[in-house]
Ligand binder design. Structure first.
Ligand code: PEP
Ligand code: MN
Length: 354
């Protein structure tokens, strides 16, 4: 259930409700918005009477949440989540969209990665992406440089100031990733690795979850729910395409309707990956732009210093000159979209009702 407090509710009134619910076995998640404080309580609702809670001073409304994704959904958290990084970069809400670019895999020549990172910085991108632990369909394919790859990303980040996004595949590597990454990516294949999601709930570092190739939106949001429920509210959703029947033309079908749907039902930042979403480099620009117009908070796309010789995903990676051309136009589009600071419609509605 969620308890919406009056805008003028005092700290003592909020705590009284929280303590009462905790005393009845509920797990509490407090969301202090600019206007309202909302207490999300997860537990057995038969243990309490909603009318008793309603009678507490400072309580505006008690609602039962029907959505299965209680914490990832807007019910308990009407305002958009905005994640702020140490260098001031923000993602989510009405912030300007961010760009996450880099090679599919971090490869053994550091210079190639650095070349991409320098170009990314020059084009105003915020994040450098690259896999050090690679989830490959075949065990004979390049599996990643592991810690060495993380060190390369760290070094490239130190030299350019870019933030690092990189994938975790196993709970055992979380401490290592926590040390080197600014955003820990859960790959599409691990979207329902519940043990991994639970473990990522125990850290504070932002986690970006990629949509599983066969996952529906409900399952996608429930993956985010696992991380938030276990203690980490810093979750980013990434649409990266779902299983296609159009293999002649694309690797996946990029579900762009997912962007406004996720933004309507969830407060979490949404990123779109048109590289994996299509598998074709010529589709990165049109689908990336479409994603931004649909409301994405960021794009992630692959760039390689020598795509023809990439260890993975060369066909969907841009060369550095292509990257610069395309990113120039994407930046222009970002500059034209009106990312004002208005609260979400829902938030405004609640504020008006009070
Ligand atoms: C990646 O981003 O490198 C990756 C492997 O993507 P996905 O998990 O979406 O296939
Ligand atoms: Mn890739």
């Amino acid at each position: 259930m969620i308890v919406v407090m009056e805008p003028k509710a005092t700290e003592a009134q909020i705590q009284k409700v929280a303590n009462y619910l905790e005393g009845h076995g509920f797990k509490i998640n407090l969301n202090r918005g600019e206007v309202l404080t909302v207490i999300a309580a997860i537990g057995d609702k038969r243990m309490v009477s909603t009318s008793v809670i309603n009678s507490f001073e400072g309580v505006h409304e008690v609602k039962l949440i029907q959505e299965p994704y209680k914490l990832a959904g807007r019910g308990a958290h009407p305002e958009d989540t905005v994640i702020t990084f140490e260098n001031g970069v923000k993602i989510g809400g009405s912030e300007k969209p961010v760009l996450m670019v880099g090679p599919c895999s971090v490869e053994k020549e550091f210079e190639g990665l650095l070349e991409v990172a320098v170009a990314a910085k020059e084009m105003g991108c915020e994040f450098l992406r690259g896999g050090a632990f690679k989830p490959r369909t075949s065990p004979y394919d390049f599996q990643g440089l592991e810690e060495k790859g993380l060190q390369y990303l760290h070094e490239a980040s130190k030299r350019t100031g870019l933030l690092v996004v990189t994938e975790v595949m196993d709970t055992i590597d979380i401490p290592l990733l926590n040390k080197y990454a600014d955003v820990i990516q859960v790959g599409a294949r691990n979207m329902q690795n519940f043990k991994l999601l639970k473990a990522l709930g125990n850290i504070k570092k932002p986690v970006m979850i990629k949509r599983g190739p066969s996952a529906n939106i409900r399952e996608f949001l429930l993956a985010a729910e696992y991380v938030i429920f276990n203690g980490n509210p810093n979750v980013i959703l990434c649409e990266r395409g779902i299983r296609t029947f159009d293999h002649d033309f694309t690797r996946n079908t990029l579900d762009l309707a997912a962007v406004p749907i996720l933004r309507k039902y969830s407060h979490l930042p949404v990123v779109v990956d048109p590289s994996h979403g299509t598998g074709k480099r010529y589709l990165i620009e049109p689908m990336g732009k479409a994603a931004l117009v649909a409301g994405a908070h960021g794009l992630m796309y692959e760039v390689h210093h020598d795509p023809d010789h990439a260890s993975s995903d060369g066909a969907q990676s841009l060369s550095i000159p292509q990257f610069k051309e395309i990113t120039k136009r994407i930046n222009k589009l970002i500059g034209r979209i009106d990312y004002d600071n208005k609260a979400t419609e829902r938030q405004q509605k609640i504020a008006k009702e009070n």
